[in-house]
Design a protein around this ligand. Sequence first.
Ligand code: SF4
Length: 374
Amino acid sequence: MSFVEHFGALPRDKLALEIYSTTAAEVERALQRPAGCLTALRALLSPAAAPYIEQMAQQSLALTRQRFGANVGLYLPLYLSNLCANECDYCGFSMSNKLKRKTLDDMELAAEMDIIKARGFDSILLVSGEHETKVGIDYFKSVLPQVKRRFSQVALEVQPLGEAEYAQLVALGLDAVMVYQETYRPSTYAQHHTRGKKRDFGFRLDTPDRAARAGVDKIGLGVLLGLDDWRLDALLMGHHLSYLEQRYWRSRYSISLPRLRPCTGGIAPKVVLSDLGLVQLICAFRLFNPQLDISLSTRETPALRDNLMPLGITQMSAGSSTQPGGYQHPDSQLDQFEISDERSVDEVAARLRQKGLNPVWKDWEQAWTAMSRD
Ligand code: SF4
């Protein structure tokens, strides 16, 4: 059974009703034993949990320190291409948007990597629009070895691939795959994805299954908060995570919680998630899954990122560009979305240290292996 079949059997309307009829007593029960319990996750995501956010934050902070110490991993996205054959009404890379399109060649890729390396990063996220004919498996196969020679950890956020394709990339050193479902409500998904292969909700939904079967070490899930009811979307992502962990226990998992941001030709959020709601969401997932990596991007403001740093976040980007060639040419107008936190990586690292946290640039295993060799 793949997640598509599992998802089809979930009582989604009933789950939505339950979220909004949760009682304070249920939230208090959830706070006693939240780990691994989807009923507890539902309660912690509910409106009834709002008065308990302070308690959730304290528990979340303690669990995060217990599991991850004071460490927060820093990574940077490297945009390979903004070509895209899809139309997503919230994204600046949509095919009908009139912007200059670009795919990095080997020299441009090397120049971007030089800059990222010089800033101290050892963990990189390769991003592209979804254009399988021009930026497909052959391009990824040529890029990956070049990147892997320079970075310990390489993650990919591109179009969903087939299992055999993921296996080829794993053999070339791919460590992680990020594939965000955007929303778990099929009708809302259809409304926002109007052209291209991304319209296939089920193919996207089954992507983590294919990546896990191909041996990808870490798989990232995410929803674009603002497209639909964030509480239900988050709960269904929790079901997805739980399904994957039970079946593919060799892989590790992360989640990303981006809020809808303005972009060229983009839309306003249908449902606004407040800052406090974002805190609730992060803490709910930390209590539900103490070993989960939770990632926070530069979409959020510096003040909010500073406040969220200790609460459950384990991965942050800093000094990001969201355009191909953007580290070399920061003024070109090819962005996927607007960035809120424009601080340099040194400023973000300094802020982490001020908070008693430890910015981590190197992959654990590589660092450990190197130490063992010394
Ligand atoms: S969200 Fe992804 S698939 Fe959709 S337009 Fe943007 S880059 Fe293309």
